[in-house]
Design a protein around this ligand. Structure first.
Ligand SMILES: Nc1ncnc2c1ncn2[C@@H]1O[C@H](COP(=O)(O)OP(=O)(O)OP(=O)(O)O)[C@@H](O)[C@H]1O
Length: 254
C-alpha cells in the first residue's frame, strides 16, 4: 500500500501567546477528498500552512508522501490555492493564459525555462476546470467564481498529485458553489487528485467529499463522511460551543 500523502503526528503550534494547534495527529491517504471544518480561529489555516511546510510545528512530526517533511524534495506535487487568491486587483492586466502559465514558475525555476508543452499544459488545466473558452480573456474581467477556477488551473498546470484549498468558495454565489464542488469532485475522481479543503459549506460539500475532519485546536473527529453524518448535532456542538449548522449560516460573509 502507498504511504499516506500526509502523516501528521502529535503536532502543536503556538503564535507567541496563542495556542493554535494542540497535539494533532491525522493522515491523508491517496484519493481522499477531505473537508476540514471548524469555527473561526480554530486553527484550520494554521494546519494547512503546516502541511505545506510554510510554518514549522513547535512539537511533533510531519511526513509527506512517506518522507520527513524536512527532507521532502517534491513540493510541486502539492498544489495550493490560498484563501486570498481570488481577491484580485481588478486593474491587473494579465490574460487568463498568462496567469495559468505562471503556475509553471516553480518547475521553470528548476529547468530555467518553461517547458515546450506550456500551451498544451495550460489548455489541459483549463479544460479540467471547465474554463477553456476563457484563455485569452483578461483575468480582471472574470467573476469571482471564474477567477477561482483559473487559480485552481494555475495550481493544476504543474500536475500536482494533491491540492490544498483554503476556503475556495469565498466570493462565489450559492448557485455556483454547487457547480464548483462538482468540478472539484470530478478532479478527485477522474484525475485522481487528492484534495484537502478548508470550508464552512458543511451542507453543500458532504455529498461530494469522502472524509471530514472537525478541528478546534485539536481534532475532534476525523473519518468517513458517512460516520460524520451519523453524529448528533449535540455531539458536534460540544466540540464547537455552538452548532456546525449555525456556523455555516452565520459564516455567509466570511
Ligand atoms: N500570524 C498570527 N499571529 C498571531 N496569532 C495568529 C496568527 N495567525 C493566526 N493566529 C491565531 O491563531 C488561531 C488560529 O488561527 P487560524 O487562522 O489558523 O484559524 P482558522 O480556523 O483558519 O480561522 P478562520 O476560519 O477565521 O480563517 C486564532 O486564534 C488566530 O487568532
Amino acid at each position: 500500500m502507498d504511504a499516506p500523502l500526509i502523516e501528521i503526528k502529535d503536532i502543536s503550534f503556538e503564535y507567541e501567546e496563542t495556542k493554535a494547534l494542540d497535539n494533532i495527529s491525522m493522515k491523508v491517504e491517496k484519493g481522499d477528498f477531505l473537508a476540514i471544518l471548524g469555527p473561526n480561529g480554530s486553527g484550520k489555516s494554521t494546519l494547512l500552512k503546516i502541511m505545506l511546510g510554510l510554518i514549522k510545528p513547535s512539537k511533533g512530526s510531519i511526513k509527506l508522501f512517506g518522507v520527513d517533511s524536512k527532507n521532502f524534495k517534491h513540493r510541486e506535487w502539492i498544489g495550493y490555492v490560498s484563501q486570498k487568491s481570488n481577491s484580485f486587483n481588478s486593474g491587473f492586466p494579465a490574460t487568463v493564459k498568462e496567469v495559468v502559465a505562471g503556475g509553471l514558475a516553480k518547475k521553470a525555476g528548476l529547468f530555467r525555462r518553461l517547458p515546450k508543452t506550456v500551451d498544451e499544459d495550460v489548455l489541459e488545466a483549463m479544460k479540467s476546470v471547465g474554463m477553456e473558452a476563457f484563455l485569452d480573456r483578461s483575468i480582471s474581467e472574470l467573476s469571482g467564481g471564474q477567477q477561482q477556477r483559473v487559480f485552481i488551473a494555475r495550481a493544476l498546470v504543474a500536475k500536482p498529485k494533491m491540492l490544498i484549498l483554503d476556503e475556495p468558495t469565498v466570493g462565489i454565489d450559492h448557485q455556483n458553489v454547487q457547480a464548483f464542488y462538482d468540478m472539484l469532485a470530478a478532479l478527485n475522481r477522474e484525475k485522481n487528485i487528492t484534495l484537502v479543503m478548508v470550508t464552512h459549506d458543511v451542507d453543500t460539500v458532504t455529498d461530494r467529499i469522502s472524509h471530514v475532519a472537525c478541528l478546534n485546536q485539536t481534532i475532534h473527529f476525523h473519518g468517513f463522511k458517512e460516520q460524520f453524518q451519523t453524529l448528533s448535532d449535540e455531539e458536534r456542538a460540544s466540540w464547537y460551543g455552538h452548532s456546525v449548522r449555525k456556523i455555516h449560516h452565520a459564516g455567509g460573509g466570511h
